[in-house]
Design a binder for this molecule. Structure first.
Ligand SMILES: [Zn+2]
Ligand SMILES: [Zn+2]
Length: 267
């Protein structure tokens, strides 16, 4: 028997539990969901009616008939939107995922009514995007843009003090996977790994064999300055299309940090 998951409204008047398996889980971008929740979109899951049980407050629910075939229910005390029901599928109740206290048996798998989305909504996941009159039809030309299938695998640097140089790159925002005096490994966005090995100090003025890009150059500059990394002045003319500054790594290398210059598509 699967574990039941409890849920409820903000004020606690309405409490219920659902017993998986659920039927689906999707992000809905329709204008009614957006208005009634005051949100960019609403994540619903469907559950067979007999798998939804109230623990308290069923009488506190206010049922709003929002269309000819459907109702939306919310807590009459705190206004939390909780359920949507439709005469088109009378055996199923749609439940607001965010009302649950614990994890569901599935993750959101779709965007529905995607062609009705708010134009300020920026969706970057790779889930299917459906729409049209039913909200669940394929939308030609609106398939998610896949990320490129390859990234740079590894970049290398040598340093007289691997651990100290590693700490420097961690302070820049790389994810530390391993750090010993003989070897250190850092993960960058997109999956590239930086490998550090022991070696001589770089020649004066030598650049690192890679540069770094950040989303917000000014914010990165301020963050690195606050962390005591002494970034150089921001330069708008060093390389085309980028503003940039340099940092002195403990290995002796100058590390160039540039403003992001990507296509705007997922990377
Ligand atoms: Zn409530
Ligand atoms: Zn909707």
């Amino acid at each position: 028997m699967p574990e039941a998951v409890s849920g409820g409204c903000l004020c606690g008047a309405v409490r219920f539990r659902v017993t998986p398996p659920t039927l689906f889980c999707a992000h809905c971008h329709c204008s009614m969901c957006r208005k009634s929740h005051g949100a960019a979109f609403v994540t619903w899951f469907g559950i067979p009616r007999e798998r939804l049980a109230f623990e308290s407050g069923e009488d506190a629910l206010v049922v709003h008939r929002s269309s000819e075939h459907g109702t939306r229910s919310f807590c009459g005390r705190c206004g939390s939107s909780l359920f949507c029901e439709s005469a088109r599928h009378p055996d199923t109740v749609d439940v607001v995922l965010a009302s649950l206290d614990g994890p569901l048996d599935r993750a959101p798998a779709l965007h529905v009514y995607f062609d009705s989305r708010a134009d300020w909504t920026d969706v970057r996941d790779e889930l299917p995007r459906l729409g049209g009159a039913s909200g669940t039809e394929p939308l030609p030309g609106l398939a998610p843009e896949p990320r490129p299938g390859v990234c740079v695998g590894h970049v290398f640097l040598t340093a007289p003090d691997v651990e100290k140089t590693g700490a420097f790159f961690a302070a820049l925002g790389m994810r530390e996977l391993e750090r010993t005096p003989e070897f250190a490994l850092y993960e960058l966005r997109g999956g590239t790994h930086l490998l550090l090995f022991p070696g001589a100090t770089a020649d004066p003025g030598a650049s690192a064999p890679f540069d770094l890009m950040v989303d917000d150059l000014d914010a990165a500059h301020a963050r690195f300055a606050a962390a005591g990394l002494a970034p150089g002045p921001i330069d708008a003319a060093r390389t085309p299309h980028h503003r940039s500054f340099t940092l002195a790594a403990p290995s002796g290398h100058a590390v160039l940090v540039q403003s992001s210059h990507v296509s705007g598509k997922p990377v």
